[in-house]
Design a protein around this ligand. Structure first.
Ligand SMILES: [Fe+2]
Length: 402
């Protein structure tokens, strides 16, 4: 009895460490309970703090990067500050000094913006640095309504940059995406030769991210072929689920995925062992067609992460601004001694030097950026619809030319 009580208590305490009460503002999986892990990326200099984030069990890692700066720490790409996350930062503060600056280097990534006010409240003495052109959705509210105090909020570019002697800051965009602007400002930490970015590039490999070791449910949910199958935890099922999550996250609707008839979906639901919310009551509205695995492996590295322009960014943000993207890569290719890229999604650290950057430029130049075949079909149709409805402009650079 006492053991049960202790277990329940431990479970409650553990859960309270993961709680994020503001999740309804942007209701993404895993909603109000977010597991956080920390990884040292560059010894004594850079750490990645990760949580999962996604829709309908399509979850991928999202990352806050912590960098050691003179007399303290700088946080880049905020994350929901659960007690667990704060406990990791406290450990780093004990050794390296307080959080001095919190940087939101993107104007468009809602998933990165959403935690900025909570971070601002928690780190009351930290300077807040924002990418210019911030906008909120569905209502475009002034920054003070979003909880960012004007007396310690600064804008990258207009107000300079934090620690210009330690970091090079390189802007990608702005690009007009209709609802607001896309812009992200990469920073190159010269001492560790690390490029820290948000969404523009991602490195994907075939091994499911470590966060799924704490709860592999999303992998197991998507590894099935129909709703009547139970969630079975094996290494193969985890790997299979991961490949499917990568396809979903990259292309929204992969081309070898169809939606079965409603009678079939309902017929497969509510089977014994599946009458629970974890299994979504057995409702699984997907059918994967032959060849899906091969198409996933095209964007996944086998031995090491495959660095790429995220397909969603390429097809929905930059479809008519390829040169803008190439100009940004040109600037990156001149960074002295670059060794790695740390992005806010997928793998924490990917080898990336000037030679590989030039190779990426050449490969983008020779790629049909407007590809609407195969996995790119859905993104292409979506882009055309948004264009026809005039939600996105034909010339995404026009507004910013002056
Ligand atoms: Fe993002």
């Amino acid at each position: 009895m006492n053991n049960d009580l202790n277990e329940n208590l431990n479970f409650e305490v553990a859960n309270s460490y993961k709680r994020w009460n503001w999740w309804p503002l942007f209701p993404l999986y895993p909603y109000g309970t977010k597991k956080t892990i920390i990884k040292e990326i560059v010894p004594k200099m850079i750490w990645g703090i990760e949580q999962l984030q996604g829709l309908y069990y399509v979850a991928v890692p999202i990352r806050l990067t912590v960098v050691k700066v003179p007399n303290g720490l700088m946080l880049i790409n905020p994350l929901p500050p659960t007690k667990e996350l704060i406990s990791y930062i406290k450990l780093l503060e004990d050794e390296h000094g307080p959080v001095l600056k919190v940087v939101l280097p993107t104007s468009s990534g809602l998933e990165h913006k959403i935690a900025m006010p909570a971070m601002a409240r928690y780190f009351k003495n930290a300077e807040l640095w924002l990418c210019p052109g911030q906008w909120s959705f569905p209502l475009n509210l002034p920054l003070r309504f979003l909880g960012l105090p004007s007396d310690r909020t600064k804008f990258l570019l207009k107000d300079g940059f934090p620690y210009p002697e330690i970091f090079d800051w390189i802007s990608l965009g702005p690009i007009d995406i209709g609802l607001g602007r896309f812009q992200e400002i990469a920073c190159f930490h010269k001492i560790s030769k690390s490029l820290i970015i948000t969404d523009a590039l991602v490195g994907i490999n075939s091994k499911p991210p470590e966060l799924f070791e704490y709860d592999p449910t999303p992998l197991l949910f998507h590894a099935r072929d129909k709703g009547s199958e139970k969630l079975i935890d094996t290494l193969d099922q985890r790997k299979k689920g991961w490949l499917r999550l990568v396809l979903f996250a990259s292309f929204l609707k992969p081309h070898l995925l169809s939606i079965p008839p409603i009678e079939e979906i309902i017929g497969n639901s509510l089977r014994p062992g599946l009458r629970n919310l974890r299994s979504h009551l057995g409702i699984y509205p997907f059918c994967w067609e032959e060849g899906w695995e091969k198409s996933a492996l095209q964007i996944i590295g086998k031995q090491k992460p495959l660095l790429q322009v995220a397909p969603v960014i390429r097809r929905l943000v930059f479809p008519r601004a390829k040169n803008e993207f190439l100009n940004w890569l040109d600037k990156l290719s001149c960074l002295k001694g670059m060794e790695r890229v740390i992005s806010a999604h997928f793998c924490s650290s990917v080898e990336f030097n000037n030679y590989e950057c030039m190779k990426l430029i050449r490969s983008i130049k020779s790629t049909d950026w407007d590809n609407s075949e195969g996995n790119y079909n859905f993104l292409s149709v979506l882009d055309n619809n948004l264009l026809n409805l005039k939600v996105v402009p034909k010339d995404p650079l026009k507004k910013f030319k002056d």
